[in-house]
Design a protein around this ligand. Sequence first.
Ligand code: 13P
Length: 342
Amino acid sequence: MAENGLEETARQLVASGKGILAADESDGTIKKRFDTIGVESTEETRRAYRDLLFTTPGMEEHISGVILFDETIRQSSTDGTAFPKLLEGKGVIPGIKVDKGAKPLALAEGETITEGLDGLRERLAEYRDLGARFAKWRATYSISADKPSEYCVWTNAHALARYAALCQEANIVPIVEPEVLMDGTHTIERAHHVTSRVLYALFTELFDQRVDVAGSLLKPNMVLSGYDASTRAGIDEVAEWSLKCYYKHVPAAVPGIVFLSGGQSDEDATAHLNAMNAKGPHPWQLSFSYGRALQAAAIKAWGGKPENVEAAQRAYYHRAKMNSAARTGMYSPELEREAVAV
Ligand code: 13P
């Protein structure tokens, strides 16, 4: 592939000590988050909340890029600066979620296929003009005794690869996100097996569809025991099983693996990333692209009140800093307490 800057952008997104903020909640998801703090979700409350995150002093020390939602990439900070411009000004790369969500997969009870390919070429061109330099597409897979089916695994892999090829054609770095959901009672061995099948199909399709994986990032789940499993694997075991899976299925040409947090507690998401990096060096950068695990404390501290903006920014900055420490295996619970005291 001709030199087009994709690999360079992908590498900047996983620059040392930095990770990605996923602030691309769809209207339905952000409403759910706001419901927990009793705030009505309106265009203005969503703008004010994202403004709080993006104007956090020093966030650029730990954050390399932000994934935006369609509405957000068109919005502006209180001083009138468009969000993509505000982020670029801090050296933070703007990105965009381009999938249209996981919909029921036909003839496959309880399984989903992610939609959004129709018209994607034109949408990517517009997002590029609005300042996006990378994109995200998320597919989801549930684990049960007979799920996910091969049908679900391969149709989602095919769609992820079609999205990734269109992104590279538009000079946008694709983040490919196959998320095996960790709800359920499954063992960590089962999570390892399913995640392996999903990654195998994904990279087969990416290569078949001519995607240059050096100009992409992988955003997978960590390999965990089901959230309702009777015994749950500890931090070191999670790191071992997760690494075993990626070593077998993720090509070394991929610049970085940027994890989703997927409903883990804030501190678990940090500790798991830290444990994996402590076992490095690895062929790829291991970083974060967290939504909930970077924002949960900030949303709570904010509560929709202007007088709480600074407290919310401190909470967000704190989590970004802890995850930055986890990039080098230097995170510890003591560090957590020290930083809170500041
Ligand atoms: P969570 O970290 O909350 O799982 O969100 C990451 C994300 O971007 C999901 O698509």
